[in-house]
Write a protein that binds this ligand. Structure first.
Ligand code: FAD
Length: 369
């Protein structure tokens, strides 16, 4: 049994696998340990935004068309009103079941020679050592990719948050032919519902709220159109819950330990940006291993989070404000280019300066709606 490695990744979810693949592509020896058995599922809206697809490409992963569903854009719905916006034409988006994404990523990691230790819980780290069950493995770099409730974050004393806005989310799948090729966001009084097609006969549905008591089935009647679509449909997965938060850490590295993915801070699920962020972080983390210095990763990590956090905060200004939601949707219907350009900003195809005028148009529209 192996006793040392260049990189030890704790957590084999999408962030951990991306970190492992990126490091292995630079020639490092890599071990990944995860307490769960693959393929690993998780509460997720299952959308791969354009930056996620681009970062996967940089990891040498092209999601086969047969495994995913192309997503054309986004639709907002609120009390009988709806507004649509498409992604810019060269910014593709896909949706894919988490279990399928996990299989594709673990196969890629195995193919590159990453040592994958499934059903192996890491119980501690100390100096350059990782404790896995009864074994201790020495590692030059230790990566905490152990998700939103990261223990590595605590062990490395990186649990200092500059700002956290907690929400709670649940997801489930329904056997139904997709009725739209857009990701749908249903704005309710106290929560949002999300619907994303994941195959030609299955739709992923999630709900997020600041109230931990809001569960999926109970909140569906709040979204009349969605509820009508799902009426009588068989469920194909168990309800799964997770925290969804805008959480920013003061630091994501200490000594030879670096955090990645949800362990390193999160953006609210409403952005659909968690996976894209994790994959982009993986690319820059591996680059910093090459330079032998994690400072560049810390800087890049902060930069990568700026746009998704900004968009999360912008979108959540609608949370719990039904009249405001209606007025924004009215403006988006009257001026579809404003919604389209805000979506382009969301996916990084336009800079905030380019959409400043749209912000003014939106503001003026709200005043006069
Ligand atoms: C409702 C909801 C909808 C979302 N929708 C989207 C979306 O549409 N698009 C998008 O891009 N993002 C979305 N996100 C965010 C996305 O799901 C996360 O950002 C992503 O799962 C983070 O991956 P991760 O690998 O960091 O964490 P995880 O997927 O949580 O993986 C962590 C892994 O670490 C393992 N682990 C934990 N502790 C240990 C230990 N001690 N030893 C060994 N293994 C351990 C776990 O078993 C797990 O496999 C959504 C989130 C929520 C809650």
């Amino acid at each position: 049994m192996l006793s040392s490695t260049d990189v030890f990744v704790i957590g084999g979810g999408p962030a951990g696998l991306a970190a492992a693949i990126a490091a292995r592509r630079h020639g490092f020896s890599v071990v990944v340990a995860d307490g769960a058995k693959p393929p690993i599922d998780k509460a997720c809206g299952e959308a791969l935004m354009p930056d996620a697809i681009a970062a996967l490409k940089r990891l040498g992963i092209a999601v086969p068309a047969s495994e995913a569903v192309p997503i054309r854009g986004v639709r907002f719905l609120s009390s009988g009103l709806s507004a649509d916006a498409d992604f810019p034409s060269d910014n593709r988006s896909l949706s894919i079941r988490r279990t399928i994404l996990h299989r594709i990523m673990s196969e890629r990691a195995a193919e590159l020679g990453v040592d994958l230790l499934w059903q192996n819980v890491v119980t501690g780290i100390s100096g350059g050592e990782v404790k896995v069950g009864e074994r201790t493995i020495r590692s030059r770099w230790i990566v905490g990719a152990d998700g939103v409730n990261s223990r590595v974050r605590r062990w490395a004393k990186l649990d200092v948050q500059s700002r956290t806005e907690l929400r709670y989310a649940f997801r489930r799948h329904y056997r139904v032919a997709p009725w739209s090729d857009r990701m749908e966001i249903y704005w309710g009084k106290q929560c949002q519902g999300f619907a994303t097609p994941v195959s030609d006969k299955e739709v992923c549905v999630a709900v997020a709220s600041r109230n931990p008591g809001v569960r999926l089935e109970e909140s569906l009647p709040e979204f009349r159109e969605l509820s009508a679509r799902l009426d009588g449909c068989e469920t194909t997965s168990a309800e799964r819950g997770s925290i969804s938060a805008n959480r920013k850490l003061k630091r994501v590295c200490r000594g030879n330990v670096a955090l990645i993915g949800d362990a390193s801070g999160t953006v609210d699920a409403i952005t659909g940006e968690g996976l894209g962020l994790a994959f982009s972080q993986a690319v820059t983390l591996a680059d910093s291993f090459v330079s032998g210095n994690l400072t560049s990763y810390q800087t890049a990590h902060r930069r990568l989070a700026v746009r998704p956090l900004l968009m999360a905060r912008l979108m959540l200004t609608l949370d719990g404000r039904p009249r405001f939601q209606q007025r924004v949707l009215q403006v988006f219907r009257k001026r579809p280019e404003v919604f389209r350009r805000l979506l382009a900003l969301h996916v990084g195809a336009l800079s905030p300066i380019h959409v400043a005028l749209d912000g003014l148009t939106l503001g003026w529209g709200l005043l006069t709606a």
